[in-house]
Design a protein around this ligand. Structure first.
Ligand code: ADP
Ligand code: NA
Length: 330
């Protein structure tokens, strides 16, 4: 197998993925399974860095897996698993903790943002060290490619630094992931505030499309999306962020280009664009929801997918961990 390795993790924190998760991340996972030896995991270890309800976390983890399958991940063409099913993540995470400077960890800007959001009483050491667990997540699979958003760039730099540090100190062990791992994918904005990205934590209900909501609810949100007082349907992220966001969603969901859409809607109003996009949305999301539900209604199949995924993941992770343990003197 000389296909490059890819590794990506997705949080199970919300029951439903939102449209930004799908168009910005999951869609790319589906494409990458054709070109890469791809490992995808639902990162439940990361989910407990902030307070969780156990029953909710368990259910959300399964719902995340069901949605990944519904979106097109194929367990025969990729390795799909739940992070806590592979104990090597926590084990290598500890080794990496012991290789990271306290000052170095303190410079992670995501921690500053997240701890500010959760407040001192709910800020755990786990939240502080989660980027180091993420380093272990990547290095365990000797991944070359890590499809993540721009907000994760600093963590990938940390991964490179720690991989190089380990290799220098103990001998060649880890693949150093490529520096340009951040691929530009569609970025989706809040439908009510197109200057902010669509986000489960920051968007208002009307600005956020949850993939598992009733399709007619999502259609309504598209139809009431904020646009502008002009009437021309043209992509201009600066001057016309609302319309541009709708064009991005439309083009990405249908596989057309923005130029084609601009041509199609020349001389037509925003109403026509929104009505059509609402229909596109309903047509896409209806079978997606049905497929997700099928997986959730068949727990044995889902368990079998996850057992097989964990087994495939552990085969790689255990080998890397054994090498690392041996190198550090265990
Ligand atoms: P959120 O930002 O809503 O908390 P996550 O941080 O769990 O979502 O993101 C999961 C994945 O989805 C990441 O790869 C992230 O880059 C991507 N993603 C999240 N929001 C968007 C968005 N609005 N547009 C494009 N991609 C997004
Ligand atoms: Na985020």
């Amino acid at each position: 197998l000389d296909r490059p390795r890819a590794l990506s993790g997705i949080q199970p924190t919300a029951g439903s993925f939102h449209l930004g998760n799908y168009l910005g991340a999951v869609r790319q996972y589906v494409a990458l399974q054709e070109t890469h030896d791809a490992f995808y995991m639902v990162v439940d270890l990361h989910a407990i860095t902030v307070p969780q309800d156990p029953a909710e976390l368990r259910a959300n983890t399964r719902t995340a897996v069901a949605q990944l399958l519904a979106a097109g991940l194929d367990p025969d063409r990729c390795t799909l698993f739940v992070q806590s099913h592979v104990p090597e993540h926590a084990q290598l995470g500890w080794v990496m903790n012991c290789l990271t400077g306290f000052g170095e960890a303190s410079r992670m800007t995501q921690f500053k943002d997240k701890s500010a959001k959760h407040g001192a009483n709910q800020t755990t050491v786990g939240l502080f060290t989660y980027p180091i667990l993420q380093v272990a997540d990547i290095l365990l699979y000797q991944a070359n490619a890590v499809p993540v958003g721009e907000d994760q760039r600093q963590h990938i730099e940390l991964t490179r630094d720690l991989a190089e540090r380990f290799n220098t100190r103990f001998g060649d062990t880890f693949t150093v992931p490529a520096p340009h791992i951040v691929r530009e994918t569609a970025k989706i904005y809040d439908l009510q505030d197109p200057s902010a990205k669509m986000s489960k934590s920051a968007s208002t209900a009307k600005g956020l499309i949850n993939l598992l909501d009733e399709p007619k609810v999502s259609a309504k949100k598209i139809k009431s999306a904020v646009t502008d007082t002009d009437t021309v349907i043209r992509f201009d992220a600066e001057e016309k962020p609302g319309v541009s966001n709708l064009l991005t969603i439309y083009a990405t969901l249908t596989g057309t280009t923005i130029a084609d859409l601009e041509q199609k809607y020349e001389g037509k109003g925003y109403g026509a664009l929104k009505t059509d996009l609402a229909e596109v949305m309903v047509d896409w999301v209806t079978p997606f929801r049905a497929r997700t539900q099928e997986y959730l209604d068949d727990p044995e199949t889902l368990d079998a997918v996850l057992a097989k995924g964990a087994e495939k993941a552990r085969a790689v992770a255990a080998e890397t961990l054994a090498q690392a343990y041996e190198k550090v003197g265990f």
